[in-house]
Design a protein around this ligand. Sequence first.
Ligand code: ZN
Length: 298
Amino acid sequence: MASRNARPLLGGIEAGGTKFVLAVGHSPQEIVARETIPTTTPDVTMATTAKWFSQHGPLVALGIASFGPVELDRASPRWGHITDTPKPGWAQTDVVGPLGRALACPVGFDTDVNGAALAENAFGAGAGDGSLAYITVGTGIGGGLVLDGRPVHGAGHPELGHMFVRRDGEDFDFPGICPFHGDCVEGLASGPAIKARWGKTLSELPADHPAHTYVAGYLAQLCHTTFATVAVDTIVLGGGVMQTPGLIERVRERTFAIGAEYLPGRSRQEVVAPGLGQDSGICGALILAERAFEGETD
Ligand code: ZN
């Protein structure tokens, strides 16, 4: 009889390349249990995930905010799959199907960064604004967009990290490390790009090292172009590289300097750290579950 009166439970998964964060909650802001498991093979990771939820459910809906690239077109037979990832064993993996069947509930699915953007827009750094970009700068650079409260998908999903940027001043020596584009912003300013170029993380380099200026400059171009393209109110910058002391201040200053006060809406726009700390992704996954429960299909 207790279950009849129990409040419905949502499940969320922040599916990353190194770990899966699992949570159940009565709402995206009311998490009642959580767990972190390593990302190993798809079979083992998904079985461990399904088992944990079966012990903490039943769920009324599940939301998955996943590393990608992913298929988000519900008309495609591959909807809910991780597609061409270089992560060994994970290319063309159906994430939604096995978990939806195991847990017998509707599933919401989106990119990890769109999930984080939803959460930051709903009750994080952008709460109260209509539109927000969440950009993570770490192992790669990824960006999710929420416009008028809805996550943005097009033919695929945004890949802000592969935006091209103008070289800064005399900075032409380093070819960039993106296997597809060389010197896109991910190829120039992601954690592995910084390590490949200078042999250290940005935090390990002295504060007066030119790396700080270059990286901030490239990230500022990414922010400016994002503001110029979709006119969001807020850009949230997260990820490991953004933990570098002073970096967000440098990026913010450069973003608005290169924007030259031209963009309409400038007075409302801001570049900020995540309001939810490390929880943007998992809270976003729970929002995806809530949307699935309510029948939202984008
Ligand atoms: Zn690229």
